[in-house]
Design a protein around this ligand. Structure first.
Ligand code: GLY
Ligand code: MN
Length: 425
């Protein structure tokens, strides 16, 4: 199902190496080091996003080492024979495998380990070859993903900590900001995958609208829309949100245990993930097929806010920057709603970058530029009135402004009502 473009990944690695060499001209024996994700029991394996971006590989527990002064190596856990009984194994240590994925050599991480999986807590011998290579020539400087913050690259930092406990003793430089800057700007292949994820998500929204009815459970609607995603060859980018009535006002509600009733609104916030690229689209529907006058008033305010922000989203603006409120989409959306007295009902940000992660990497303090893909998702939530309205679409920033990638999915009041009513025909 995954269509990795290994050549494109090799070009990204080349670009990254050029940037790092330029920034650190004095380091000659440096190595860029990236860790794949580990398997978690019987859960479907999900590759670490930056590892996927730079390799295209869905291989667990692998390590990519790009020596600034030489070869690019892929290290694989030394349990290949046993692994072949449990999982599909495309790669071996052959030159043909290395050529296929665009690296110079594929080698084992260390000595043979029991079983068919590797975990960070495996003992030192499992990593012995990597450890020896990094200590060669008096110790290499490693450029890796190890930001000093609370939430990013937690698994990679954990692996590094374990390698240190096994004797890794080399200088370490964090390059997560460089990788984030690259990942933020999408190339045409990425736009193609995003479009595909968005198309599937739009079909799933249409299925959700058709399934919505008085007495239907939120889970039944979830099942209808996820049927479309799975049948289209996509995964879920995140837990589907189907929140009706009071649940519509709970921002990340995804338990979906409620039953919907006429008079309620339903927030459907969903995303397909196709070839690792995520969509993120929200629509709000009236269960009865008709909005009340009050619901229409709130819905229109949210839609107007989204259209206003989409019109001004362009290179040079910021997604969110408190020091530039007059050019910050987040602050402008809030100011727009403030004029109508509704800003206090808008508790979240106006949007985020979108890509391999739903909340994709990228520094919101750097202004928007061509190639960014963002969501624009204003909302108004009034729990006391059982009202929650969010409208979210995905936009590609070009030099001339924002292109809505999800524009084929309707959001005007009349068509939204018709989409829910369609089941009656
Ligand atoms: N779609 C969920 C979120 O953006 O947080
Ligand atoms: Mn979103």
């Amino acid at each position: 199902m995954f269509q990795a473009d290994y050549q494109l990944c090799a070009m990204r690695r080349k670009d990254l190496v050029a940037q790092i060499k330029q920034q650190y001209p004095k380091v000659h024996n440096g190595t860029l080091l990236f860790f794949a994700a580990y398997e978690r029991g019987t859960m479907r394996f999900e590759q670490e996003s930056s590892f996927y971006y730079l390799t295209g590989l869905i291989e667990p527990a692998a390590v990519l080492a790009i020596h600034l002064d030489g070869k690019t190596l892929l290290y694989l856990p030394n349990c290949r024979t046993e692994r072949a009984k449990w999982a599909l194994c495309d790669l071996d240590l052959s030159a043909a495998s290395a050529k296929k994925i665009g690296v110079d050599e594929i080698v084992y991480l260390g000595d043979e380990v029991k079983g068919y999986q590797l975990f960070p807590f495996h003992d030192r011998v499992a990593y012995s070859k990597l450890l020896a290579d990094l200590h060669a020539d008096g110790g290499r400087t490693i450029f890796t993903l190890s930001p000093n913050d609370a939430y990013q690259y937690v698994e990679q930092r954990n692996i590094l900590a374990h390698l240190r406990s096994y004797g890794l003793n080399v200088e370490q430089v964090d390059i997560s900001a460089d990788v984030a800057r690259m990942r933020r700007t999408k190339d045409m292949k990425e736009i193609e995958y995003l479009y595909k994820a968005i198309d599937i998500t739009s079909l799933a929204q249409e299925a959700a609208a058709r399934a919505i009815n008085d007495g239907v459970t939120e889970m039944e609607v979830q099942a209808s829309l996820e049927y479309i995603m799975t049948g289209s060859g996509a995964d879920k980018a995140f837990a589907s949100i189907v929140g009706s009535g009071a649940h519509a006002a709970v921002l990340h509600y995804n338990e979906n245990f409620g039953t919907m009733h006429n008079g309620d609104l339903v927030v459907v916030d969903i995303g397909a993930r196709y070839n690792y690229y995520c969509a993120d689209i929200t629509r709000t529907y009236p269960v009865s097929g008709s909005f009340t006058e009050r619901q229409k008033e709130i819905y229109t305010m949210v839609l107007d806010t989204q259209e206003y922000i989409a019109q001004i989203a362009a290179p040079g603006m910021w997604l969110s920057h408190p020091e530039h409120p007059e050019q910050s989409l987040n602050h402008l959306a809030r100011a727009y709603l403030q004029k109508k007295g509704y800003d206090k009902y808008f508790p979240h940000g106006i949007g985020h970058f979108l890509g391999i992660d739903v909340h994709d990497v990228g520094d919101v303090r750097e202004p928007l530029k061509a190639g960014d893909v963002i969501t624009i998702e204003p909302g108004i939530y009034i729990p006391s009135e059982r009202i929650g309205v969010r409208i979210e679409d995905d936009y590609w920033i070009t030099k001339d402004g924002a292109i809505c990638l999800s524009e084929s999915l309707p959001k005007d009041i009349e068509t939204i009502e018709q989409m829910v009513q369609a089941k009656f025909e």
